[in-house]
Design a binder for this molecule. Structure first.
Ligand code: C5P
Length: 220
């Protein structure tokens, strides 16, 4: 099996680029952030503070997450409910960032991610794929861009979906998540030693995809 790991901060364009690359290669695209988002959503629904590990941990055994892949698109289920859309709100983004700092949550999601790569050729995106989840991935890429540009992309995405958001709030949220993700003690966001760092600041989506595809083609 072949695994391509794409890590990087929020809004770097990982999912859009990885989805396109997976379609070109015929691999499945696994968005691991969706798993942390599903756990975050579950805790919000239970009325539990997502950063409160003593409240979160005992509830983990009730969390039934399933990923399904239809025409290369990932769907996320919590129990029988399709939550693919529900997990894309700013509130759930922050809840995901909070639960992701809890070691038990990371452990809970670990084998689910590894099992997918055992049975499929995958492009997996996240924060710790090249460092922790798939350390033997054939290709590791760390995708980044300036905070302002990443916030701009996220802002446009949310506005297109009809969410009422302010740019300064999106930027502040993103910086807070960057800080949380890079400073947590377990699996912090850092490039894997062998990762190729790609900074997409000032690049169009097409340029970023071309760049990524040329790295992947050279490595495989
Ligand atoms: O990628 P996305 O923005 O959907 O991820 C939501 C949150 O989940 C991130 O801010 C991060 O805290 C967490 N996450 C993680 N490890 C991953 C993927 C996501 O900690 N592999």
């Amino acid at each position: 099996m072949i695994a391509i790991a794409i890590d990087g901060p929020a809004g770097a364009g990982k999912s859009t680029i990885a989805r396109r690359a997976a379609a070109e290669l015929g691999y499945i695209y696994v968005d691991t952030g969706a798993l942390y988002r599903a756990v975050g959503l579950f805790m919000l629904q239970k009325g539990v503070a997502p950063s409160d590990s003593t409240a979160v941990c005992p509830l983990l055994e009730q969390v039934k997450i399933r990923l399904a892949f239809q025409n290369g698109e990932q769907k996320v289920y919590l129990g029988d409910r399709d939550v693919t859309g529900d997990i894309r709100t700013p509130e759930v983004s922050m809840a995901a960032s909070d639960v992701s700092a809890i070691p038990e949550v990371r452990k809970f999601l670990f084998s689910l991610q590894q099992d997918l790569a055992k049975t499929n050729n995958v492009i997996m995106d996240g924060r710790d794929i090249g460092t922790v989840v798939l350390p033997d991935a054939q290709v590791k890429i760390f995708l980044t861009a300036s905070p302002e540009e990443r916030a701009e992309r996220r802002y446009e995405e949310l506005r297109e979906k009809g969410e009422k958001v302010r740019f300064d709030e999106v930027l502040a949220d993103l910086k807070k998540r960057d800080y949380n993700d890079s400073h947590r003690t377990v699996a912090p966001l850092v490039p894997a030693e062998t990762a190729i760092v790609v900074d997409t600041t000032g690049m169009t989506l097409e340029q970023s995809i071309d760049k990524l595809m040329s790295i992947i083609e050279k490595k495989l």
